[in-house]
Ligand binder design. Structure first.
Ligand SMILES: Nc1ncnc2c1ncn2[C@@H]1O[C@H](COP(=O)(O)OP(=O)(O)OP(=O)(O)O)[C@@H](O)[C@H]1O
Ligand SMILES: [Mg+2]
Length: 364
């Protein structure tokens, strides 16, 4: 479990220090305060591998269109990693670093460099018309706790990372990266959930997933995924105790889909990290305490460290109440307030949150 993180030069942070990290961490703050960026920084640090670099740009749709007009429509978009660098500046000498200094020590640094000859071999040459004249070829030099030598990742003349470069760094078991999963506010699509479901079906964990959904739908008996993997279609079906029909999950509310996504992402994160952006999405206040119970129980049982964000005071209070009810250690849960332009987050223990709420203080 990470205990602290220092972020330098990453996205909107010139410098940010986050400490008092617990097993379950909830980040609160206004829009654009940098909550999602903190999750992304910790995700990249926890992974420590080159392919971690394009995870958040791909999720955010940060892409650059490469090639000329005729080439553009298909398969020519490249990952634009410039937004990972403070001020969106991808130029020689730009860099960012992520570090945790308490044990376990972790670090990841990226420097923009002019690459040695040869490394850009096979890279498409820029062709006109371009929005900007092509500059020199650049590369990113990545070092981390996982490798004793730097990895050089070449950028295209459009300063993006093309698909064939990304393919050189596909995830593999020899990476030694821990399990790291990231759940976005939009409920995951059925094919993606289907892949995760296949990992739990007929294992003891399947029961936990059904129990999670029963928090919202007590009549739920079974859940099944049907479909055609070759066509990449999956249908999620539910069996309720008061009906002989199998009902599509699509006919249920968003809360059920969200809990399913949450439960299915928690399980493969065993021994690693789960990031949940806007954890309250789709959930009514009445379900929020049950949701936290599920998250805390599962995270403790499977040794997962959780990093979540929210805008909702209900979500914050529910976390504090659940902590009090479950009688788990105060150090297992922490709330971190993020403020734009402030170089450290402020951590509250659940007891402090409850005291603040009782005094009607603002912790959002
Ligand atoms: N490379 C960068 N350099 C400077 N600022 C950046 C960079 N990348 C993103 N930002 C700024 O960071 C802010 C967005 O941060 P982030 O998405 O983490 O906010 P958030 O707290 O999650 O917001 P919300 O609550 O709306 O989801 C925006 O103001 C954006 O302009
Ligand atoms: Mg956000």
């Amino acid at each position: 479990m990470l205990a602290d993180v220092t972020i330098v030069g990453f996205r909107a942070f010139r410098k940010l220090h986050v400490d008092r990290l617990a097993r379950v961490n909830l980040f609160v703050g206004a829009n654009n305060a940098g909550k999602t960026s903190i999750l992304e920084a910790i995700e990249l640090l926890a992974l420590g591998v080159p392919w971690g670099l394009w995870r958040s740009p791909l999720r955010r749709g940060e892409e650059v269109l490469a090639g000329n007009e005729e080439e553009r429509p298909v398969g020519r978009s490249e990952v634009d990693v410039s937004h990972l660098f403070f001020g969106h500046k991808l130029e020689p000498s730009a860099s960012f670093s992520l570090r945790s200094s308490a044990k376990p020590r972790r670090f990841l640094e990226c420097h923009v460099v002019e690459p040695p000859p040869g490394i850009t071999e096979g890279m498409p040459q820029a062709r006109l018309p371009l929005d900007e004249p092509p500059g020199p070829f650049l590369a990113i030099s990545l070092t981390s706790h996982l490798s004793s030598s730097a990895t050089l990742i070449p950028l295209s003349p459009y300063k993006g990372i093309p698909l064939d470069v990304r393919r050189r760094y596909l995830p593999s078991a020899s990476d030694n990266a821990p399990p790291v999963h990231f759940l976005r506010p939009e409920t995951s699509d059925a094919p993606r959930l289907g892949v995760l479901w296949d990992r739990v079906v007929l294992t003891p964990e399947e029961r936990h997933v059904v129990e999670a959904l029963q928090l919202i739908e007590p009549k739920l008996e079974r859940i099944a995924f049907l479909g055609d993997d070759r066509r990449y279609t999956r249908n999620i079906l539910l069996k309720l105790s008061d009906s002989d029909r199998r009902l599509p999950l699509g006919s249920a509310g968003d809360g059920l889909k969200r809990l399913l996504a949450l439960a299915l992402h928690l399980i493969p994160a065993q021994g690693g990290y789960l990031f949940v952006d806007e954890i309250d999405t789709g959930l009514h206040f009445s379900v929020m305490t049950d949701m936290w119970r599920l998250v805390i129980d599962t995270a403790t049982r499977l040794d997962v460290q959780i990093f979540a964000t929210t805008h909702s005071l209900d979500c914050v209070l529910a976390l504090a109440w659940v902590r009090e009810k479950l009688e788990i250690g105060a150090s297992d849960v922490a709330l971190h307030r993020v403020e734009r332009g402030v170089d450290h987050t402020v951590a509250y223990t659940p007891d402090e949150i409850l005291t603040a709420a009782r005094h009607n203080l603002e912790v959002r």
